[in-house]
Design a protein around this ligand. Structure first.
Ligand SMILES: NC(=O)c1ccc[n+]([C@@H]2O[C@H](COP(=O)([O-])OP(=O)(O)OC[C@H]3O[C@@H](n4cnc5c(N)ncnc54)[C@H](OP(=O)(O)O)[C@@H]3O)[C@@H](O)[C@H]2O)c1
Length: 272
């Protein structure tokens, strides 16, 4: 039985991954911001809830991440897998109390920060796994990181790619820095979840019309995360770009100088 922490596990693709991994007999910690959604998520898991707990935390701030990590460290000696399906979808300019854009803080930096703080318990696992979910962003060296980490003023069209690609750089860094730890980035595809709740109205309207035709099922979007978490036979670091197709993957090989610069900045921002 593995102990698996799913950040974003109270909703959407993370909750579906939780359902599938619980069915395999694993022990789950679901982390999310909204306690009511957390309770509803646990209730939806039915009789398996004796192996699942909910941890309410706001990962958009450094303090929120530190508090969440401390609570995990207080209760667990070993974490076998850490799955990051937290995410916000916003194209508006706004800032967290740390002065960062929420899309950057949640969709990248919280993954770096929480993982770094949980390395002591991840190292206790036989083959620890860290999986990060993004949109469809193949691991290439063509992104412009000149605006990293401020991204001010936020420009969704321009900033989306380097923010998501920072996950791939972190996966590459971790695989080098932590021998034995397996890292992956998984494309969510397009699934009908809560992710567009603060998106502009026209995007929500478009998703409503096109969704039934174009969207993946939540089960398909969760499939590669679930397989990467339950299986031990894949090489690291990997990117899964096709939802539902675990056999199709791409090795993450990126410019090491860029990776180091991004990791140095992430370390300076978080202290972790
Ligand atoms: N669905 C898609 O089509 C799609 C497309 C591209 C990428 N993705 C990515 O796939 C991942 C899963 O998203 P989803 O579609 O399953 O959407 P979702 O249902 O909205 O799930 C997002 C999760 O992130 C959590 N979260 C957001 N802000 C947080 C914060 N500040 N602190 C802690 N937790 C926070 C949410 O918790 P609360 O609900 O409690 O706030 C929720 O559990 C995300 O990384 C998303 O960016 C999804």
């Amino acid at each position: 039985m593995k102990t698996i922490l799913i950040a974003g596990g109270n909703s959407g693709i993370g909750l579906q991954a939780a359902r599938d991994l619980l069915a395999d007999g694993h022990q789950l910690i679901l982390l999310g911001r909204d306690p009511r959604k957390g309770e509803a998520a646990l209730a939806s898991l039915g009789t398996a809830t004796d192996r699942a707990s909910f941890l309410a935390a706001d990962l958009s701030t450094h303090g929120g991440v530190r508090d969440a990590a401390q609570r995990v460290l207080d209760q667990h000696d070993r974490i076998d897998a850490l799955v990051h399906t937290t995410g916000v979808f916003t194209s508006q300019e706004s800032r967290t109390t740390d002065g960062l854009h929420p899309f950057f803080a949640v969709n990248y930096l919280s993954r770096y920060h929480l993982t770094q703080l949980l390395l002591p318990v991840l190292r206790q696992a036989g083959r620890p796994v860290v999986v990060m979910m993004t949109a469809a962003v193949p691991p290439t060296d063509d992104a412009d990181f000149a605006r990293f980490p401020e991204f001010a003023p936020f420009d969704f069209g321009r900033d989306r790619k380097p923010i998501q690609l920072a996950n791939h750089h972190y996966a590459a860094h971790l695989a080098r820095a932590e021998p034995g730890l397996a890292t992956a980035v998984v494309n969510a595809g397009a699934a009908k979840t809560d992710i567009l709740r603060i998106a502009p109205w026209y995007m929500r309207a478009g998703a409503k019309i096109l969704g039934p035709v174009l969207f993946d099922s939540v089960e398909t979007s969760a499939h590669n995360v679930v397989e990467a978490t339950r299986r031990n036979d894949w090489l690291t670091p990997l990117y899964w770009g096709k939802p539902g197709r675990f056999e199709q993957h791409t090795p993450i090989t990126l410019d090491t100088t860029t990776t180091q610069q991004l990791m140095d900045t992430s370390h300076t921002l978080t202290g972790a």
